[in-house]
Design a protein around this ligand. Structure first.
Ligand code: GLP
Length: 233
């Protein structure tokens, strides 16, 4: 793990942006994307570059089950608004949260990942160490599947919804094994709320209790933190 610590989320985002731009310039074909508040400024920087990405495919980590792509809380909507409508990607893939058969949707999505091996996966983390929606306890061998969201994750994500009852209870997420297949991983974590999970990810045991700790086993993982997220290291 290559751990880089910056004074502020702004400086950390700038570093992440420079890494992504370098990879785009050196022929990256498929980029894995994350949602949440952490990568928002990174996407703002990217969409302001006018970079030609007509040879680049994107694949997203996850989507809530039950939310239409037109629902402002859905990750499909988030990606369209923050990035896709500004950039000329060859293709963009986000799981379909309203597929008639969600199990079949997981299989279809895993097939897309096989066809488009990820060169660089951008990741955020939940305060409980989840990656994508792989909650503590998820097998490291998991592929794309339907995840039951923990009460703490629903609590953490309720800030994006009107009321807690509106937060879906399930999501389709790439599995941990799907995420680990990426050739390179770029994990971003900012703020005090992530400090404990960051400590477990970097200094703790590699255990399903902290899904992000699996990144210790990735041969090419860059962890970008601000000083608050790094405060317990
Ligand atoms: C959600 C997403 C994760 C994301 C996490 C962190 O749970 N499924 O992919 O990393 O939120 O969100 P934030 O960046 O808002 O802290």
């Amino acid at each position: 793990m290559n751990v880089l610590i910056f004074e502020s989320p702004e400086e950390a985002t700038q570093a992440a942006f420079e890494i992504v731009m370098k990879r785009l310039e050196s022929g990256l074909r498929t980029i894995g994307l994350a949602t949440g508040s952490t990568p928002l400024k990174l996407y703002e920087k990217l969409r302001n570059t006018n970079t030609d990405v007509s040879h680049v495919t994107t694949v997203n980590l996850d989507e809530y089950v039950g939310l239409e792509p037109t629902d402002p809380q859905s990750y499909n909507y988030y990606m369209n608004e923050e990035l896709f409508k500004y950039m000329n990607f060859a293709a963009t893939y986000v799981p379909n949260g309203v597929a008639e058969d969600p199990e079949q949707e997981c299989e279809r999505y895993e097939g897309i990942l096989k066809k488009h091996p990820v060169d660089l996966q951008i990741l955020g983390m939940g305060p409980n160490g989840h990656i994508g929606f792989n909650e503590p306890g998820t097998s490291f061998d998991s592929v794309t599947h339907i995840a039951e969201l923990t009460p703490s994750t629903r609590e953490a994500n309720k800030r994006f919804f009107e009321k807690e009852e509106d937060v879906p209870t399930k999501a389709i997420t790439m599995g941990i094994s799907s995420i680990m297949s990426a050739k390179e991983v770029l994990m971003l974590a900012f703020g005090e709320g992530k400090a404990e999970a960051v400590r477990s990810m970097i200094e703790g045991a590699v255990t399903v209790d902290c899904p992000a700790s699996v990144l210790q086993k990735h041969s090419n993982a860059i962890i970008i933190l601000d000083t608050e997220a790094a405060s317990k290291l």
